[in-house]
Write a protein that binds this ligand. Structure first.
Ligand SMILES: *[C@@H]1O[C@H](CO)[C@@H](O)[C@H](O)[C@H]1NC(C)=O
Ligand SMILES: *[C@@H]1O[C@H](CO)[C@@H](O)[C@H](O)[C@H]1NC(C)=O
Length: 332
């Protein structure tokens, strides 16, 4: 926010005193490095990062001109990924495990006569814990699995207990489980581990480290126990709506390759062609924006990114980015 004010002030200054575009970029670059605590190995790497930052800033700027003209439904902005090439963003954040190859023992289909609320936001019921940061590790699947377990436990027992992503990262990335640690994984496979292990540790007893270590599950620090998992009928957005309204926060997996510069609003651009890249997140509700239309409300694990760690994506839009393809929640 502060950065935006400084930049706006500077742009005003440019108009009045003809400071070059170069100076604006220099200031933006310095603010970016400071805000996101960036440091580079040497001068040549810094030059390269700065060039990428400049190219990304141009893309953000032209997208936002279209946004201001009412031609886009979401805006772009500077965040921790602005010095990354698109391929780097994709590779660092998203695993390549084919998550859709995993299935639960049950399938959710909505009841016939349910009248669903116009909007749902599980934060209002305090069923959603604070936004987390997965760091430089493709462990989104652990955060999504933890999020849906925290929500289901809250709904059943009226207490919100933060659960351990690190427990899943360490213990479901080894045989017989097929997760790939920081290189990706399946929320379902994580849930299978919790069921068979008869529990998952609390977050406070098994803190997040952001890299795979030895499995250190502690029998006396269990935060939740589950008895199985349920897939929402794949590809069915109406079933997903009913599931999140009736059952609570649900783990979903999308193609997130185009979210690098997202800052706010309703993301609505088709993903297409990158079916190998899966990013798991927590679906916490839905609603309708007066201008941008129907949206899904999602909690990400990229720290203070997007709308305070959350983002919105178009709903009833042909299963945009696969939002309803791979939705799952645990049974408690
Ligand atoms: C600068 O750092 C990068 C990244 O660590 C490395 O690949 C490159 O060889 C370094 N260049 C010089 C000139 O030291
Ligand atoms: C992933 O697995 C599913 C189900 O086994 C299959 O239909 C799909 O083609 C696979 N996708 C890729 C990219 O391999």
């Amino acid at each position: 926010m502060k950065a935006a004010i400084v930049i706006l002030a500077l742009i005003g200054f440019v108009q009045s005193t003809r400071i070059s575009k170069y100076d604006v970029l220099e200031t933006q670059w310095k603010l970016f490095k400071k805000d996101h605590m960036k440091s580079y190995h040497n001068e040549s790497e810094e030059l390269l990062r700065k060039q990428i930052f400049k190219d990304n800033m141009e893309q953000i700027h032209s997208h936002n001109l279209r946004y201001e003209a009412g031609k886009e439904s979401y805006k772009m902005g500077v965040n921790q990924f602005t010095d990354l090439l698109h391929e780097e963003f994709v590779n660092s954040m998203m695993g390549t495990l084919n998550t859709t190859a995993f299935h639960s023992e049950y399938i959710y289909t909505p009841g016939r006569k349910v009248k669903l609320p116009e909007s749902v936001d599980w934060r209002e019921k305090k069923a959603v814990s604070a936004v987390k940061h997965q760091g430089d590790c493709g462990s989104c699947w652990a955060f999504a699995a933890v999020g849906t377990m925290e929500g289901q436990q809250f709904l059943k027992e009226k207490k919100l207990v933060e659960l351990s992503e690190q427990n899943l990262l360490d213990c479901s990335s080894e045989a017989p489980y097929k997760n790939l640690g920081c290189k990706g994984g399946s929320p379902q496979e994580a849930l299978r581990y919790v069921k068979e292990n008869h529990g998952i540790n609390t977050r406070s007893s098994y803190a997040y480290e952001g890299h795979v270590g030895k499995c250190r599950f502690k029998k006396d620090q269990i935060g939740a126990v589950i008895t199985g998992s349920v897939d929402v009928r794949s590809g069915d957005e109406a079933a997903l709506e009913a599931a999140v309204a009736e059952k609570g926060p649900i783990s979903v997996t999308i193609d997130a390759t185009h979210l690098q510069h997202y800052q706010g609003g309703v993301y609505n651009t088709a993903c297409g062609g990158t079916a190998n890249y899966h990013h798991s997140i927590l679906l916490i509700g839905y609603g309708k924006d007066p201008k941008a239309g129907n949206f899904w409300l999602l909690k990400n694990s990229w720290g203070n990114w997007g709308e305070g760690g959350y983002f919105r994506m178009a709903r009833k839009s042909n299963n945009l980015c696969g939002i309803a393809t791979y939705a799952v929640y645990p049974l408690l």
